[in-house]
Design a protein around this ligand. Structure first.
Ligand SMILES: [Zn+2]
Ligand SMILES: [Zn+2]
Ligand SMILES: [Zn+2]
Length: 450
């Protein structure tokens, strides 16, 4: 028989609601509340992990403490949450302890009966320890995932040197390019050297295809998030092609019939390509990037993001700011006044085409709708039947295509092209610009970009 006075607190105090889990260190608290006999008071500590249940095996206790080292705010929150969870799990341990106390008080229990009850309680505590270990593993795994995420966000931040200093001081910035700079000169020439004939239907000025684009201003876009998304996508393309993109079939093909705008990064088949759209779409493209989920569904190559090497092709997709027409998808031509004074905007994208699928023979089933009438939303598979191409180029008739007057380029993944410049311009059909020597222009670009 155990005298009940040895088991019960000497003073009759209300029980602390945390019982064994109590982590208070203030001595006043212990004057006011009673705690179970097995309870060990915590030492004052700022260690965030030191709030767990009392542990019977001191060896495992120290292991557990070391796992909870001081960490980031995010981790603090997580630990707090887990502690709340633990506290609720501890509720039943506390209940059992209370039960033991009341049983001892009610019946005069034998020593072995008390020991049995204590054993059961220990089992409960062990169970909770196991739970705690499992939660610790979960925290470790979450940390691993967080580290991986950070690694992805910090890969090759490097921006082109001609972007100038203090890049990404702000998340988004528009910088007007000086009209006297080499950059301006090159972009203006690219715009005008890639004008072609389109049958006087869309993007016309006074009913005629433009023969010249008069540049009002050129804006360079510095969007931190989009740039890093683009760099990440480029790294993926390099890795998925085993860093051997220069040797792949499409790269060799594009050497013979090159894309007009110059090759930038040969490791990813990077090109400057144009995109034309409404002012409203432009805002979204520059701030949040293109979204393949809301892509053009009427394209020849399924739901994707469409780019062109001819500025005049992209020009056909820009609605008239006056009447909203005179663009593909709208009605032909417009009757607005002073059409030569209207300002339009076009984006010059830096696009990582990767391994390009060259579509010479157009096949609707293959490129637009598969036999089950599903809209195509990704590039075709490569010959090995497993890997996908990174992009699609619809070849023009000049180079052996059977359908298109001008090449079109289609991307199906977000982030694969970066909106580097917005060109604000007017259309003119009065003069025919003197043809630009493409070879010279390419050399100029290579020098400028290197
Ligand atoms: Zn307490
Ligand atoms: Zn668009
Ligand atoms: Zn109009």
């Amino acid at each position: 028989m155990i005298p009940s006075s040895e088991l019960l607190p000497t003073k009759i105090l209300p029980q602390c609601k945390y019982g064994l889990a109590c982590y208070r260190t203030n001595p006043d608290h212990f004057e006011l509340y009673s705690h179970p006999p097995d309870y060990k008071r915590r030492e004052k500590s700022c260690e965030i992990g030191n709030v767990g249940i009392p542990v019977i095996n001191s060896g495992s206790s120290s292991q557990m403490k070391s796992a909870f080292s001081p960490a980031s705010e995010r981790k603090l929150k997580l630990v707090k949450k887990l502690d709340e969870q633990k506290k609720s799990e501890l509720h039943f341990v506390k209940l059992i302890e209370n039960k033991i106390q009341s049983l001892i008080g009610q019946f005069e229990l034998k020593a072995e009966e008390v020991a049995k009850l204590r054993q059961d309680l220990d089992k409960m505590v062990m169970y909770n320890q196991k739970l705690e270990t499992a939660l610790k593993v979960e925290i470790d795994q979450r940390e691993q995932r967080e580290l991986e995420r950070k690694r992805i966000l910090t890969i090759s931040r490097q921006t082109p040197s001609y972007w100038g200093p203090n890049v990404f001081e702000e998340p988004y910035r528009e910088i007007e390019i000086s009209a006297q700079s080499a950059e301006y000169d090159i972009i203006e020439q690219l715009m005008n050297s890639t004008i072609s004939k389109h049958g006087h239907q869309y993007g016309t000025v006074n009913g005629r295809d433009p023969t010249e684009f008069l540049i009002n201003r050129i804006i360079q876009i510095q969007n931190n998030e989009l740039w890093h998304l683009y760099c990440f996508k480029k790294d993926m393309i390099i890795r998925q092609n085993n860093n051997r993109l220069a040797d792949c079939g499409s790269s060799i093909y594009l050497e013979t019939d090159p894309v007009l705008t110059p090759l930038l990064d040969t490791k990813t088949n990077e090109y400057w390509l144009f995109h034309g759209c409404s002012r409203n779409n432009l805002y979204h493209l520059l701030h949040s990037g293109y979204d393949p989920r809301v892509s053009n569904l009427n394209g020849l190559f399924g739901g994707g993001f469409y780019l062109a090497e001819n500025s005049s092709k992209s020009n056909k997709y820009i609605p008239c700011p006056g009447c909203g027409q005179n663009c593909v998808g709208g009605s032909m031509g417009c009757s607005c006044a002073d059409q030569e004074d209207l300002e339009f905007s076009m984006v010059l994208y830096r696009a990582a085409l990767g391994d390009v699928h060259i579509a010479l023979k157009y096949d609707r089933k293959k490129y637009s709708h598969d036999p089950t009438k599903q809209l195509i939303r990704r590039p075709p598979k490569k010959a090995n039947g497993k890997d996908l191409y990174d992009s699609v180029m619809g070849e023009c008739m000049k180079y052996g295509g059977d359908r298109l007057q001008h090449r079109e380029f289609i991307l199906y993944d977000s982030g694969q092209a970066y909106p580097e410049y917005v060109i604000y311009f007017r259309r003119s059909a009065t003069n025919l610009r003197r043809p630009i020597n493409i070879k010279n222009l390419k050399k100029k670009c290579q020098e400028f970009l290197s």
